[in-house]
Design a protein around this ligand. Structure first.
Ligand code: ZN
Ligand code: FE
Length: 241
């Protein structure tokens, strides 16, 4: 494992992720909502930034980019299809592309639903999944542009990733997601245990992420939905929760 991922809290409930690749010493940041907390984390990690990975165009995922570009001149990576509404891209990627990150590679997965141009990244060397606002712990993103069917298919693309994959999502929504999940799956013991662990983590002021994909497979009602219609009903119920 050469890549590690550390959450950087931003705004009220966003996480940007600081990635370090130990062979080359390269540093990347994912979805910087703000520049100041990012700069503090980058300086603590050695004072250089090689790459910015973007999952989608929302302000709470890109607003930190201009100041980071001006200070560190990293390569900015994002979806070619959304280049018109993302910060200026140096590397415009497509589904299945692999972006070099030192000795590691970040594979691009198209995951429309939250927005139509939303992408996720998977770094096999470190088993790191960066789902942005597609999947959260015990939840999924709101459907601002895509359909429930789109989102169901997008989350199904995570199916071939190992249980030990670390899910590094874009928001700390875990407590409220757990409350909703318990209403639809009250007898799920893994979910009950995870909900209790989340309460303890949050009262200690700690992030609930990353979480393993195996843990999500046992507890996330959206990932457990057997078909798109069940998924759609769950998403509607959560919107009104
Ligand atoms: Zn978003
Ligand atoms: Fe967001």
């Amino acid at each position: 494992m050469t890549v590690t991922a550390t959450p950087i809290p931003m705004l009220s409930d966003n996480y940007s992720w600081l990635l370090k690749e130990s062979v080359s010493g390269k540093v990347a940041i994912v979805d910087p909502a703000e520049s100041e907390p990012a700069i503090a984390a980058i300086e603590a990690a050695g004072g250089k930034l090689d790459m910015i990975l973007l999952t989608h165009h929302h302000a709470d995922h890109v607003d930190g980019v201009p100041a980071l570009v001006a200070k560190y001149h990293p390569q900015v990576v994002g979806n070619a299809a959304d280049a018109h509404r993302l910060p200026k891209l140096d590397v415009a990627v497509h589904e299945g592309d692999s972006v070099d990150f030192g000795a590691a590679k970040a594979r691009v997965i198209d995951t429309p639903g939250h927005t139509l141009g939303h992408i996720s990244y998977f770094i096999a060397d470190g088993e790191i999944l960066l789902p942005g606002d597609t999947m959260f712990s015990m939840g999924c993103g709101r459907l601002f542009e895509g359909t429930a069917e789109d989102m169901f298919r997008s989350m199904a693309k995570y199916e071939d990733l190992p249980d030990s994959t670390l899910v590094c999502a874009g928001h700390e929504y875990t407590s409220s997601n757990a409350k909703f999940a318990l209403t639809v799956d009250p007898d799920n013991e893994a979910l009950q245990e995870r909900a209790a662990a989340v309460t303890a983590l949050r009262s200690a002021g700690k992030p609930t992420l990353p979480v393993t994909l195996g843990q999500e497979r046992a507890t996330n009602p959206f990932l457990r939905a057997p078909d798109a219609e069940t998924f759609r009903k769950l998403r509607t119920a959560k919107d009104n929760f």
